[in-house]
Ligand binder design. Sequence first.
Ligand SMILES: [Zn+2]
Length: 377
Amino acid sequence: MLFSEVIGQTRIKERILQAVKEERISHAQMFTGEEGFGTLPLVLAFAQYVLCENRNEKDSCGTCNSCLKVQKLIHPDLHLVFPVTTTNNNKKPKSDDFVAEWREAVLEQPYLSAAQWYRYLGNENKQGMIYSHESDEILRKLNLKTFEAEYKVMIIWQVERMNISCANKLLKILEEPPPKTLFLVVSVSPDQLLPTMLSRVQTLRIPALKDEEIYNMLEKNFDLSEKERRNVTRLSRGNYTKSLEYIQSSSEQNEYLELFMRWMRLCYKQEVAEILNWVDEVSGKGREKIKQFLNYAIRMTRENFLLSQMPEQKDRLVRMGEEEDEFSGKFSKFINEQNIFELAGEINQAILDVEANAYQKTVLFDLSIKTMKLIRK
Ligand SMILES: [Zn+2]
């Protein structure tokens, strides 16, 4: 990846370029921040830059032999470590076993999140690990001579998922790595790391992207209306990965908002016959969608409570799309400290009931009856 392909982060890029120029690259650097701020893309661009045979002051050349290989993540001096999950056939997995999948996932979406990666592995509900035996692999690779480049680069993505004994085995090499070795470590939650590891890496905190940077990317890459672009930008809070997810789910969001508005109006007017129709409609959508809708309802209830309590803090606290905003202008008056806890609790309970395979129509109808009362409190 070229630096020019990484969204925003001008100051971080300048800092890296300056360090390379002055030949004071510290050998173990950790990039921390949400995935959607660009931690991995920055690390990929950094790796390409130090391995490039023909770099200029601002960027890699993008065309040399080395660049071509890094761009496909197949450079022999670029080593990749990331969390993996056990499978039926592989009880002792290591990164290399899944490197083809990781390459594919990252090349498709360099702003990859851990959740997306596990989904990619087909194991959404299972957190990955960097297992203890991975440390043997890392040490073995670092003891190899470099194949083609001056540097050997070891990227460790999601380092907080590293098993403690693996991390302990790496401490020594992090402190005194072989010459011309560069560790580029990526972390979302550095607070979960061993202090002994933290003290051995130089930490670079990657800030959120600016709203205008996200907005411009959306304008360049997606066919959205201006209003949709504004909405997605607001909701994603400087996280490009989130903005991509919002685009994917925006049609669902519209559907949920429409259902939610209709539901709340019917509950408020206590139109039981119409509520029954609504319940029929929603329960026809299937268990997963009902759960997603109820989660959406919790978020809307919570945001409306914040809005009703602290209208002056609106921009700071509440992130809603424009249509949600418009509806909430009136609806937030009905959510207050008298009903918020009970309301959110009932919706939560309904989610648990749906998960436990309770009869969906009954769950939704009961919830509606309770909401009819609560909303008038
Ligand atoms: Zn190059």
